[in-house]
Design a protein around this ligand. Structure first.
Ligand code: ADP
Ligand code: MG
Length: 231
């Protein structure tokens, strides 16, 4: 059985519909979708150990099957620069989640590499009742949420279609580069779209995939948050 099938099976056996972020990112890694480096810590000593290993600055996030939007419950703290900051952030996150959602099961705390700020894009997949797995692309923040500036293609997408999805959004000039803004690595996004397409085609039990946001750089890209929901 493939690593991805094993992860999805475990989630189903536990009666869950949505993958925890470390599970979703492990699935992404199997499909060569770049994600931030991470480790799962179970206590405050491990948090520091893993932060030292990953290298500062780091981000801490709550891992709980009962928390879908982590920042809504104070479950994300970014830009932690040393061991002391990491230790106090660990306490702060656990306390905040317990306060907002007293019954939330806390599986651990995710320690991850802090991705430098850059142009943010979103890659998503949903299941169209008629056409099956369908991919979505857009730029992060207001472009998707307010302007609904997104493109869709039915999976599997070809390389040409993936490229059209990117050039097809109105905000495309932002990715191409303007004035003193360097161009973003379009090829890295094409690869993420193709690999996401392969993932949802090969694992039809995936109802939703949400890579949001992906930081795109002059060279390369990194998925900062990944969500996968099963049928
Ligand atoms: P939520 O479950 O609330 O969507 P996210 O994991 O998306 O939680 O974190 C919230 C925000 O924090 C992200 O949209 C991003 O701006 C920032 N963030 C999260 N993880 C990282 C990271 N590893 N590097 C840089 N910024 C991050
Ligand atoms: Mg998010």
């Amino acid at each position: 059985m493939s690593t991805v099938s094993k992860i999805l099976d475990k989630v189903k056996k536990e009666g869950r519909k949505s993958l925890l972020e470390p599970e979703a990112k492990a699935v992404c890694t199997e499909y060569a979708i770049p994600v931030t480096d991470f480790e799962v810590a179970n206590n405050s000593a491990e948090v520091v150990e893993f932060a030292d290993k990953i290298g500062y600055p780091v981000v801490l996030k709550i891992i709980s099957p009962d928390v879908i939007h982590k920042s809504d419950v104070g479950g994300v703290i970014v830009n932690l620069k040393d061991a002391k900051a990491v230790q106090s952030a660990y306490k702060q996150i656990v306390n905040s989640v317990k306060k907002h959602k007293p019954n939330a099961r806390i599986v651990g705390v995710l320690v991850q590499e802090m991705a430098p700020q850059s142009t943010e894009v979103i890659v998503g997949a949903t299941k169209d009742p008629q056409f099956g797995p369908t991919l979505m692309f857009g730029l992060g923040g207001i472009f998707v949420e307010i302007l609904k500036d997104v493109t869709f293609r039915i999976a599997p997408v070809t390389e040409d279609e993936a490229r059209e999805m990117i050039t097809g959004v109105k905000a495309y000039p932002i990715l191409r580069g303007y004035r003193n803004m360097p161009p973003a690595d379009i090829e890295a996004i094409v690869k993420i779209l193709l690999n996401s397409s392969r993932l949802v085609m090969e694992h039809q039990e995936i109802k939703e995939l949400d890579l949001n946001p992906i930081m795109v750089y002059e060279k390369g890209a990194k998925t900062v948050d990944a969500r996968i929901i099963l049928e």
